[in-house]
Design a protein around this ligand. Structure first.
Ligand code: XMP
Length: 509
């Protein structure tokens, strides 16, 4: 396995994903993690990430020099390149030409690092204002660009490589090959990180951890909780009980699909609670988005508690927590402000005495999908777009009523059906319909109408943190609009949301 030390780069998670795509397991630690913890991890290779600081800043992040003496090969990327340069006696300074974007990298020296790349030069992605001005002792340049004479270097005798460019981003040609050369060829890691191996090992781990105890799992119908539940069920069978709370704010037929899949297909213990009336009651007269979220979150917790009490004692609570939620990152930005509070099962009160069982906490979203496929979970679950905990509660803008939810459900179902038909659903990160709190004038036949307007949203993203609106072809948009207006009673207008995040957010509330 490989250890990635994070110096605060926005690309650190991408490095981890590329390494894992080479079927090698890796983890990310903050650069200031205890040296003991770093040593005990027992990495076969160490990667130092990039970062926003300059190595000559007074409070520049550093890492113990002893990492170079652990015997594992080290790869420094961008900030990691400059830091290594300084440690070994080189000099870093602000560059005359800051380099952002594409650059042509020339291979200066044949090396296992560039194994399998048979061109003399290729495009790499640069993003730096500093550069190595004076070479450190004992290193050779192995690649250069026009503005960075030391774009890649290697120690004469020790397995230390450093590069100024970012091999982890998609814009760098051969980037995945370079990272694979490092972790497999140079570090000698075995390529055994596969979904099937993960499933096998995790089932063993769950059996050992849980023993003969019982596990409770909140199912939402989304990818993460579904995969977690099926995996745990594989390990401990009927000692897992799943609770699915239908809050009446789900998409069309979603409740039925969840019951069908988990009860009839996977034969799991499933308690389905229909709580639509209670949620609608709690939302009566509430139109502020944060108040809606609180009302929905609190009621969810209360119902979940009620159900778990009825079921007797449980020792473990299962959650679909993913790796991006547990990575400790080095923050240079200070405390962040709350834009929206996101409620998940995470808001459970502390006096519920459960231990947490989080079988996906080492995985990225794409790995969860691969594991789900290996477990035989149907495609329509695995490829579902993310869906917020408060569901249609934050997509029916303003006050939420059953009638308005029903109208939105019909429109959204048509939208999804057309995206599937056009082969676009999987390429889009998240798409949905929003019911606006205004009526607009229309004409149907010879009559004036004064009815609802919906907005349709589709975004491309990798993690939901930033997003761009998806460019759905006009013909497809036309079909969607036409069908919604003709088939859904109460809607006479469709608008397309063309805002990116930031400055907009993905959801409207
Ligand atoms: P925003 O709207 O903040 O959304 O750009 C980013 C991602 O988070 C989802 N989202 C939520 N998920 N509870 C959730 O579990 C919430 O309250 C919530 N609000 C937004 C949103 O769907 C998108 O995927």
């Amino acid at each position: 396995k490989v250890l990635i030390l994070d110096f605060g780069s926005q690309y650190t998670q991408l490095i981890a994903r590329r390494v894992r795509e080479a079927n090698v397991y890796c983890e990310i630690f903050p650069c200031n993690a205890d040296f003991e913890k770093i040593r005990n991890f027992g990495a076969k290779g160490i990667i130092l990430s990039g970062g926003p600081a300059s190595v000559y800043d007074e409070d520049a992040p550093t890492v113990s020099r002893e990492i170079y003496d652990l015997g594992a090969p080290v790869l420094g990327i961008c900030y990691g390149h400059q830091l290594t340069g300084e440690y070994f006696g080189g000099k870093v300074a602000a560059a005359d030409h800051r380099e952002y974007g594409r650059a042509e990298l020339f291979i200066g020296k044949k090396d296992p690092f560039f194994e399998g790349i048979d061109t003399e030069s290729f495009t790499v992605w640069m993003s730096h204002g500093d550069r190595l001005e004076k070479m450190p002792e004992g290193f050779d340049v192995i690649a250069y660009t026009k503005n960075a004479p030391v774009a890649a270097m290697k120690h004469h005798t020790r397995p230390i490589y450093t590069i100024q460019f970012h091999p982890e981003v998609a814009h760098t040609d051969n980037g995945a090959a370079i990272l694979k050369n490092f972790v497999v060829g140079i570090c000698g890691c075995q390529q055994i990180w596969t979904p099937a191996n993960f499933v096998e090992a995790e089932i063993e781990r769950i059996r050992e951890l849980v023993g003969d105890k019982r596990v409770l799992c909140g199912l939402s119908g989304g990818v993460d909780s579904s995969v977690a539940a099926v995996l745990i069920h594989r390990a401990i069978g009927d000692r897992l009980t799943c609770v699915f709370v239908d809050n009446g704010l789900l998409r069309k037929d979603e409740g039925k699909q969840v019951e069908e899949a988990f009860r009839n297909h996977f034969h799991m213990n499933l308690i389905a609670v229909n709580a639509e009336d209670r949620f609608l009651e709690a939302l009566k007269g509430v139109s502020d988005p944060e108040k809606k979220r609180k009302a929905i979150g609190n009621l969810f917790v209360r119902i979940f508690e009620e159900e778990s009490k009825k079921l007797g004692d449980f020792d473990f609570l299962a959650q679909g927590t993913l790796y991006p939620d547990v990575i400790e990152s080095v923050s240079f930005r200070g405390p962040s402000v709350t834009i929206k509070t996101h409620h998940n099962v995470g808001g459970l009160p502390e006096d519920m005495k459960f231990k947490l069982l989080e079988p996906l906490r080492e995985l990225f979203k794409d790995e969860v999908r691969a594991v789900g496929a290996a477990l035989g979970i149907p495609d329509n679950f695995i490829w579902r777009h993310p869906f917020p905990g408060p569901g249609l509660g934050v997509r029916v803008l303003g006050e939420v009523t059953k009638e308005r939810c029903d109208v939105l459900r019909e429109a959204d179902a048509i939208y999804m059906e057309e995206l599937h038909k056009a082969g676009l659903y999987r390429r889009i990160w998240q798409a949905f319909t929003v019911l606006l709190p205004v009526n607009t004038v229309g004409v149907m036949g010879d009559n004036r109408t004064y009815e609802n307007a919906v907005a349709i949203r589709a975004v491309e993203s990798t993690d939901g943190m930033t997003a761009d609106w998806a460019h759905i072809p006009y013909e497809v948009l036309g079909r969607i609009s036409n069908r919604i207006i003709n088939e859904v009673r109460g809607i006479n207008r469709v608008a397309y949301d063309i805002s990116s995040k930031p400055p907009a957010t993905i959801e409207w509330e």
